[in-house]
Design a protein around this ligand. Structure first.
Ligand code: AKG
Ligand code: FE2
Length: 331
């Protein structure tokens, strides 16, 4: 792991040529073709003409920075404040150099005890009344386009289309990857390698860079950098999409390296989930790379939490995979 991290920082990584999808496309059949190809190939793409106002993004970056540039005791009292990424892995918690604010339907109305100047209220209002509505619109748009691709990777009926993506259940996180001490060098990752548990995730990042994705090439794999592009969102698929599509669409493994010394990095991330109790029945059949048993998102989340508690790491979809060759019964 240490060697891998050193390599992440020392050599200039190859950049991944990401496909760019245009949400204001003129031909929906061409759009769905490109979208399905992006989801099959890497599970990550750029999105332009998405309709999120640039000044809303700038305002959220500014509000997040103001809220997090206060003393540690004060910001620790902000609703949804976190340091490190405990949800991903308890074991390496302290190695992740990231802090942020988490807003989910269950904490969206909590009041900040020290909201002097109303900065937290302004932040929450911008997220819940504006930003999340754009994200839910984009997630629905992409999901419905994928469900309409006629190669049957996601052959969903109307009820499944509605319950496999819950526009009201999305969560939002504003992240700040702090500048590290130039003398200490870049010793840690901003965020360790992981896949998202979401259906899809929408990332809105500044221009510092640091996001990397694992590109699979047969049995081999290599980390590639994702170059930020002004005004473009980055969308990556999560575990739920991989399961729903029987492995045809990839939940891409990714990580964030710490920013260069003296520079901080910020990103706004939205995660779209299925309705908690909707039973996901993964599609099987020709062209489907993996078989999973049916499960609900609630079950998946509880299994992830139990694995993290027991072993320090997320196991994820492997828990739900049906093996090709069942092992012989033990005696
Ligand atoms: O900050 C980023 O660009 C990515 C964050 C991420 O991967 C996550 O929150 O799951
Ligand atoms: Fe992620």
């Amino acid at each position: 792991m240490e060697q891998q991290e050193a390599a992440a920082h020392e050599c200039k990584l190859e950049e991944l040529e990401l496909p760019t999808l245009d949400l204001e496309h003129e031909s929906s059949s061409r759009f769905t073709e490109q979208l399905a190809a992006a989801c099959r190939d890497h599970g990550v793409f750029r999105l332009v003409n998405h309709g999120v106002p640039a000044d809303l993004t700038a305002r959220l970056f500014r509000l997040t920075r103001d809220l997090l540039n206060t003393d540690p005791a004060k910001k620790a009292k902000l609703p949804g404040y976190f340091w490190g990424t405990p949800a991903l892995s308890l074991r390496v918690k302290d190695l992740n150099l990231v802090e942020g604010l988490h807003l989910a339907p269950d904490n969206a109305s909590a009041d900040s005890p020290d909201d002097d100047g109303g900065a937290y209220s302004a932040f929450r209002e911008a997220v819940t009344a504006e930003y999340v509505a754009h994200m839910a619109r984009i997630a629905r748009n992409l999901f419905d386009a994928l469900a309409g691709v006629n190669d049957l990777a996601l052959a969903l009926d109307a009820e499944q289309r509605a319950s496999y993506l819950d526009e009201r259940g999305g969560t939002f996180r504003a992240y700040r990857y702090p500048a590290c001490d130039p003398a200490a060098g870049r010793q840690h990752l901003g965020m360790e390698p992981h896949t998202d548990s979401s259906v899809l995730s929408i990332l809105n990042m500044d221009l510092v860079g640091g996001l990397q994705v694992l590109v699979r090439d047969g049995p081999a794999s290599r980390w590639c950098a994702v170059r930020p592009v002004e005004g473009a969102l980055v969308v990556n698929l999560g575990d739920m999409m991989q399961a729903m599509s029987g492995g045809a669409y990839r939940s891409v493994e990714h990580r964030v390296v710490a920013p260069p010394p003296g520079t901080e990095r910020m990103s706004l991330c939205y995660f779209a989930f299925p309705q908690e109790d909707a039973v996901i029945v993964p599609s099987h059949g020709p062209g489907k790379e993996e078989r999973y048993r049916a499960f609900s998102y609630r079950e998946f989340r509880e299994q992830v939490q139990a694995d993290i508690k027991a072993t320090g790491a997320k196991v994820g979809l492997a828990r739900f995979r049906i093996p090709d060759h069942p092992s012989p019964p033990t005696q």
